[in-house]
Write a protein that binds this ligand. Structure first.
Ligand SMILES: Cc1ncc(COP(=O)(O)O)c(C=O)c1O
Length: 387
């Protein structure tokens, strides 16, 4: 007997990256030399100092047991010290920080901890698809706020209708943005805090890309006065230290909200592998030259790719941060068709923009996760497409 999937699961759109991966594999099986700019997974290795710390921690028997709870105090202290140094924000390691199995773990469990059926989550889009999926799985409802160029890709909070506001419990914010690559100014976060106070919503700021910037460093939401009263911030070692496979991140900010999420997680998992937490301590507290080098490499890739695409007539959002390039081809065609033509005619994998939400229609997202010569090769191939 085959038991069908739950109605809950049936409500989800197909997982964006799984579909792309399947197409990529099929093309590779046909012998195509694929340049994969689809999933945002760094090609660069984890820094040697972090690997060494992880190896040493792996050998310690104390790390072989269930980790449980909010994480090693040493990890939470490392997070607090990093926040103080990077953002001048004070966090109490005992109450304000919880280790996560990657930030996705916390982000996707969060709606189950805060939403009752029918409650609304306000999600600006295009956005990381996991926000909407986890709201649906929790029985919540999503109200999308379009992120448009004419508004500097910031949501217009004043447009949320009163009946939606009554049911709203969560507001998601993500800058630097995946997939848009843009950042937000302090004045926007001030508006978000006032909005959250007035409407009694919890702000969830996803700062997974805070260290992948090219000019002015992005702000932490928690730097803005009053933020800790209304919100929490998600961070990750994944992109900053090329540690996507290790699965380590954290949530921090409002102590009550951190505790509520922790209570939910106690019922789902048994914590972050301690050896990985120890590697995380090294990542956050050791010399940060490797992060500067990462920025240098991505900047070079960004400059080549953005200039190249623009030279080919593409409309490209200038990325001040992240390793994503958000772009439209020279002719007005759908995201799906653009992605299809790039794969079929150039053997280039990208992500169709509409997969991140309706306002992404017409765009595609490229992840700069291949070395410079491959990006140059990609541009040469794209140049041959007649749009
Ligand atoms: C905006 C955003 N947030 C969170 C994540 C999750 O990252 P991780 O679970 O590896 O910390 C990603 C991953 O791509 C992302 O793009």
């Amino acid at each position: 007997m085959v038991v069908p999937a739950s109605d809950r699961l049936g409500k989800l759109p197909p997982y964006l990256f799984a579909a792309i991966d399947a197409k990529k594999k099929a093309a590779r099986d046909r012998g195509a030399d694929i340049i994969s700019l689809g999933v945002g997974d760094p090609d660069l290795p984890t820094p040697a100092r972090v690997i060494a710390a992880g190896q040493a921690a792996l050998a310690r028997a104390v790390n072989h047991q269930y980790p449980f709870g909010a994480g090693l105090l040493a990890f939470r202290q490392a997070v607090a010290a990093w926040y103080k140094k990077r953002f001048q924000v004070e966090l109490n390691p005992e109450t304000d920080i919880h280790a996560l199995i990657g930030s996705k773990d916390g982000l996707t469990h969060l709606p189950l901890a805060f939403l009752n059926p029918g409650d609304v989550a306000l999600i600006p889009e295009p956005a990381y698809p996991a926000y909407n999926a986890s709201v649906i799985l929790a029985g919540g409802e999503t109200y999308f706020l379009p992120l448009l160029r004419e508004n500097n890709f910031l949501p217009r909070l004043e447009t949320v209708p009163a009946d939606v506001l009554k049911k709203a419990k969560l507001l998601y914010v993500n800058y630097p943005s995946n997939p848009l690559s843009v950042m937000a100014p302090a004045s926007f976060y001030e508006k978000v805090i006032a909005f959250a106070r007035t409407n009694n919503v919890l702000v969830i700021h996803d700062a997974a890309y805070s260290e992948m910037y090219y000019d002015a460093p992005p702000l932490s939401f928690l730097q803005i006065p009053g933020a800790k009263d209304v919100g929490i911030e998600f961070h990750s070692c994944s992109k900053t230290y090329n540690m996507t496979g290790w699965r380590i991140g954290w949530v921090c900010g409002n102590a009550d909200a951190v505790k509520t999420l922790g209570k939910l997680k106690d019922n789902f998992d048994s914590g972050v592998f301690q050896a990985v937490q120890e590697a995380g301590v090294e990542a956050l507290t050791g010399p940060q030259d490797d992060v500067a080098e990462m920025r240098r490499i991505y900047r070079e890739r960004r400059d080549i790719f953005v200039q190249g695409l623009r030279g080919l007539g593409w409309d490209v959002v200038n990325p001040p941060a992240t390793f994503y390039v958000w772009a439209k081809p020279p002719k007005n065609i759908s995201s799906a068709r653009t992605a299809e033509r790039l794969l079929e005619e150039s053997h280039i994998v990208c992500t169709p923009g509409n997969g991140f939400g309706p306002s992404g229609e017409g765009y595609v997202r490229f992840a700069l996760t291949v070395p410079r010569p491959r990006l140059e090769e990609a541009l040469e191939r794209i140049a041959k497409i007649v749009w």
